[in-house]
Design a protein around this ligand. Structure first.
Ligand code: N2P
Length: 368
């Protein structure tokens, strides 16, 4: 008798263990998202789960190179990733994404044709990605520190502030950060030198690297996400960074009422404009959920909520009536036609150029 009972218990335990994962899989819906840091209103993730029942596992990165390494290695485990246009371009060619099933994206109708057209440069026929957010790489600054050192906040309206060593030196004591991204900083240096920011000429790229080497002694840190908080708290006073991250720093400082005022400019010589896009890796496991996530981001109210929170422009025309005037009328977020003329885009680098840029970048950062 005792033996029968023990056997019965063992069988039930085995059956339960065998059933449980299957049961869990069929009822729990999950989407694994890999996005840039500080690139979504947390409320949007919460609302998405409440609306769809799909759980979000959310990880962040702050560099296209980090994302690319995972994508090229395969089996990243992610269902949604957010590559910038010029990385998307070569990743599509490398075959790491699957085509979107547009029948599953009814809200795609809200896409802004202007942005869709620009995205098609990287994704011909717009088959693999939809735009999420876009922005510019410009100068973020502490208003009081800038006035103190150069007399007027207008000093930030030119790249001279960054690329003239005698200017940047004046900010060394209050903290200068640069993005840890050769595609942003070397491109800005090329543009400042009057060269093509997409140059593949090694001599020109080396000149850009020399320029950055000259200002290197005044740089506290090369980092692509910490500056947001550092600028908001007053720990640094100057950064070459991404528009919306600097806008978020400004808002955090306002909310903290810590006396820090943060400004952002697109320098008059021009700046880089980038497009960050939602795409589904070829080996994604939760394809329906990934489409549901993209479609949710394309809802006008949702896209607007993100832009209002982040200070980044989005690729959703229908969202604009829900975007606050402060964001929509901010020419450094939604640039007007004349600012737009000064903006340039980066294309995918060939391997040789990319290797050279990465090598020079390491040399700049390590000071060797
Ligand atoms: C968000 C940064 C996204 C812009 N923190 C870089 N493509």
């Amino acid at each position: 008798m005792r033996r029968t009972v023990v056997a019965l218990i063992a069988i039930s335990v085995a059956l339960f263990a065998w059933h449980e994962p299957g049961w869990a899989q069929s009822t729990r819906r999950i989407v694994n998202v890999y996005n840039w840091s500080d690139y979504i209103d947390p409320k949007v993730i919460e609302n998405f789960t409440a609306d769809t029942g799909i759980e979000v596992r959310y990880d962040t990165f702050d560099s296209n190179d980090v994302l690319e390494t995972k994508l090229l290695a395969g089996k990243s485990g992610y269902d949604i990733v957010v590559p910038t246009g010029y990385f998307l371009e070569r990743q599509i060619k490398a075959g790491v994404f699957q085509k979107l099933d547009k029948a599953k994206l009814p809200h795609l109708i809200n896409a802004w044709p202007e942005v869709t057209k620009r995205l098609a440069i990287y994704d011909p026929g717009n088959q693999y990605a939809v735009n999420y957010m876009w922005g510019t790489t410009g100068i973020g600054f502490n208003v009081a520190k800038l006035k103190e050192r150069l007399g007027s906040p207008d000093a930030a309206s030119t790249w001279d502030l960054i690329f003239k060593p005698e200017n940047l030196e004046k900010f060394k004591d209050c903290g200068v950060d640069l993005l840890d991204s050769p595609d942003d900083i070397l491109a800005a240096a090329l543009k400042y030198l009057g060269l093509d920011p997409n140059s593949t000429n090694p001599k020109e790229i080396e000149r850009a690297a020399e320029l950055v080497t000259k200002i290197r002694p005044s740089v506290r840190k090369f980092h692509s996400s910490e500056y947001l908080n550092a600028l908001a708290t007053g720990e640094i006073c100057l950064v070459v960074g991404w528009s919306g991250d600097i806008k978020q720093a400004a808002r955090r400082a306002r909310e903290a009422k810590n006396g820090v005022e943060v400004g952002y400019v697109i320098p008059k010589e021009g700046a880089q404009m980038f497009f960050d896009n939602l795409a589904i890796p070829k080996d994604a496991q939760n394809i329906n959920e990934a489409h549901a996530f993209i479609d949710y981001m394309l809802r006008p109210e949702v896209a607007a909520r993100n832009s209002n929170f982040l200070g980044y422009a989005n690729g959703n025309l229908a969202s604009q009536k829900f975007i606050s005037d402060a964001v929509l009328n901010d020419k450094t977020v939604y640039p007007d036609a004349s600012t737009m003329q000064g903006l340039y885009v980066i294309r995918a680098h060939d391997q040789k150029t990319q290797r050279l840029m990465n090598r020079l970048w390491t040399r700049i950062k390590t000071g060797q």
